[in-house]
Design a protein around this ligand. Structure first.
Ligand SMILES: CC(C)(COP(=O)(O)OP(=O)(O)OC[C@H]1O[C@@H](n2cnc3c(N)ncnc32)[C@H](O)[C@@H]1OP(=O)(O)O)[C@@H](O)C(=O)NCCC(=O)NCCS
Length: 235
């Protein structure tokens, strides 16, 4: 009996793996969407996934949108290695065109999460559009349910590494959030906010030298901090 159950489960797992493989190939060749064969994308939830053109999802990612949830990734979105997008049956997650979500970020969608266009989300950021209810001291917190308001991040925002954004927060367009910040209040557009809790310390465009523009991968303003490295020849 136990053996039969194990065999059935294995067969189901294999079916799912093959169906996923075919679905990812279809996405790649027919739709220009590159979902790594090593990403965990549940093929049976494909109706809940809206993937734009030239979307890339790297290996180790988990994309889970059960029930009526939706995950929308706009054109040119890049989801790097080991990112989790988990809707928990809520309204879901939407990421705007050309936004990059870096490795090991966790995006939840219980209360709805919208990230705008052209954003850079550094590694290990967490977006949690939900809070456990904990009013009743006689009932375990795990049984009191959750309340959700949702999170919105505007266009052209850069969130440094390990930023945590809590439920109910709106981050306006063009904001920079410093590494390690915990965002507990709304952040107005064009702000630079840092710390725990995140406080606005500057407004972008004030007293800034607009000297350089550059694509990711090359520092526009490079200080020779390690002059000894200039003598090293790369092979
Ligand atoms: C926010 C950030 C962009 C700096 O912006 P900036 O405009 O150059 O700000 P400054 O360095 O002038 O700092 C302004 C103040 O905020 C403080 N500050 C800067 N970054 C901070 C941070 N992450 N957490 C807490 N305080 C910070 C500074 O100490 C300074 O305070 P002071 O005036 O009391 O000395 C930068 O510090 C940062 O956090 N970068 C993220 C890097 C990263 O995660 N990269 C991932 C690669 S994708």
């Amino acid at each position: 009996m136990f053996r039969t159950r194990r065999l059935v489960l294995k067969a189901l797992w294999l079916c799912n793996a093959f169906a996923g493989l075919f679905y990812k190939c279809y996405l790649f060749f027919a739709r220009g969407v590159d979902v790594s064969l090593l990403a965990d994308l549940n093929v049976w939830q494909r109706r809940n996934l809206r993937l734009g053109r030239n979307v890339t999802v790297r290996r180790g990612c988990i994309i889970d949108a059960p029930g009526g949830s939706a995950i929308t990734l706009g054109d040119g979105v890049t989801i790097k290695e080991n990112v989790h997008l988990l809707t928990y049956g809520g309204p879901g997650i939407a990421v705007g065109a050309r936004t990059t979500v870096n490795s090991f970020c966790i995006l939840y969608g219980h209360g709805g999460l919208t990230i705008g266009r052209d954003c850079l989300i550094a590694p290990m950021c967490v977006f949690i559009p939900a809070n456990h209810v904990f009013d009743d001291t006689r009932v375990p917190i795990s049984r009191q349910g959750v309340k959700c308001k949702g999170i919105r991040v505007g266009d052209n925002c850069w969130l440094g590494t390990k930023v945590t954004v809590l439920d109910g927060i709106t981050i306006g367009d063009n904001c920079v959030i410093g590494a390690g910040a915990v965002v507990t209040h709304d952040i107005p557009p064009d702000s630079i906010a840092v710390g725990v809790p995140a406080r606005v310390v500057k407004t972008r465009g004030e007293g800034i030298d607009h000297g350089g523009h550059g694509a990711h991968g090359g520092c526009t303003e490079r200080k020779e901090v390690f002059p000894e490295f200039s003598a090293v020849t790369m092979r």
